[in-house]
Design a protein around this ligand. Structure first.
Ligand code: GA4
Length: 337
């Protein structure tokens, strides 16, 4: 993986090479938390809406434990796993179906709300315990504590890079006991047969942007993640020791479009091994009014969005299909440009 230092990030295209299957590979901006550079972090959010965090301080034993527990859960029988499905707003165990509006992907998952103490919330927590998955709960608890801390650290660095006077101006939204954050464990089983272009063809998770403020993804070493960059899909080489971070729609609004929520998807090609990913979606409290931060607005600049709360946005999001441009409904139309 090529590490981009600030001047290089300014110069080069984000497509670095073409993989074996002819698919362009993304040159992902890297943020090394052992020597953090707030301005290159801001630049990555403006130009790509996506970056990778290294030297993050989360021990491999914590991520490995959760990955092992997740695999143990997903290797249970469908009947056992389905005891955890059918909850409101898609929370719980899901198989192929994503969201309530007919989207499907080649995956199974566990989706949960995060509670005010930063752990997995009810009803998934009780269902896991009742169904003999208490060691998964322990691994979840341990992981969620550290991943939330990392998300807050990234947001503090962003606040610094944006020149916000309060370091916690963004991170406090995740730290708030009413923060509406979520977590998902995804298991993409091996593809049944090589399909489409060699190595690429089966949609694991269809294209979308994340509605929340920020998402932190950690996966095993199986490729599949792609981001949309200047109208082209580019593959993100897997890196199990790093965290991939993407800007969500809410942060796009709070920066009045200066940061872009990145469109991404998962395409599968591996016929032998499973892809496992764990994603923390840091969201604000339901009552928060999503609007550009006044200090980020230049003189005379007006908001690109009408004012709405996170609760309204989330409700609207659940009425959309995965690939829809959800923020479009909240944009103020300014006539033909
Ligand atoms: C995309 C980001 C997160 O995975 C998620 C997804 C949610 C779900 O799977 O229930 C949604 C999707 C996501 C956006 C539009 C709606 C809601 C599926 C869907 C079709 C948990 C989230 O918050 O929004």
């Amino acid at each position: 993986m090529v590490v981009l230092h600030k001047p290089a990030l300014e110069r080069v295209s984000l497509i670095s090479s073409h993989g074996k299957n002819g698919q362009p590979t993304a040159r992902v901006p890297v943020v090394d938390l052992s020597k953090p550079d707030a301005s290159s972090l801001v630049k990555a959010c403006e130009e790509v809406g996506f970056f990778k965090v290294t030297n993050h301080g989360i021990s491999a034993s914590v991520t490995n434990r959760l990955e092992e527990e997740a695999m143990a859960f997903f290797s249970k029988s469908l009947r056992e796993k389905e005891l955890l499905s059918g909850q409101a707003l898609s929370v719980g165990y899901g198989n192929k179906k994503i969201g309530p509006n007919g989207d499907e992907g080649w995956l199974e998952y566990l989706l949960m709300q995060i509670n005010c103490h930063g752990g997995a919330a009810e009803p998934v927590l009780s269902l896991l315990k009742e169904n003999g998955a208490s060691s998964l709960c322990v691994a979840l608890e341990e992981y969620l504590t550290v991943v939330k801390r990392l998300a807050c650290r990234v947001l503090e660095l962003l606040a610094e890079g944006l020149g916000l006077s309060q370091r916690n101006a963004l991170s406090r939204l995740l730290a708030d006991e009413d923060s509406d954050s979520m977590f998902r464990l995804n298991h993409y089983p091996p593809c049944p047969q090589p399909c489409g272009q060699p190595g690429f063809g089966l949609t694991g998770f269809g294209e979308h942007t994340d509605p929340q403020i920020i998402s932190l993804l950690r996966s095993n070493n199986i490729n599949g993640l792609q981001i949309l960059r200047d109208g082209c899909w580019v593959s993100v080489p897997a890196d199990q020791s790093s965290f991939f971070v993407n800007v969500g729609d809410s942060l796009q609004v709070m920066t009045n479009g200066r940061f872009r929520s990145v469109r991404h998807r998962v395409l599968l090609g591996n016929t032998i091994e499973s892809r496992v990913s764990m994603i923390y979606f840091g969201g604000p409290p339901p009552k928060l009014k999503l609007a550009p931060l006044p200090v980020l607005m230049a003189e005379g600049e007006s908001s690109l969005y009408r004012e709405f709360t996170w609760a309204e946005y989330k409700k609207a999001a659940y009425a959309t299909r995965l690939a829809d441009n959800r923020l479009g409904f909240f944009e103020i139309w300014r006539g033909p440009s």
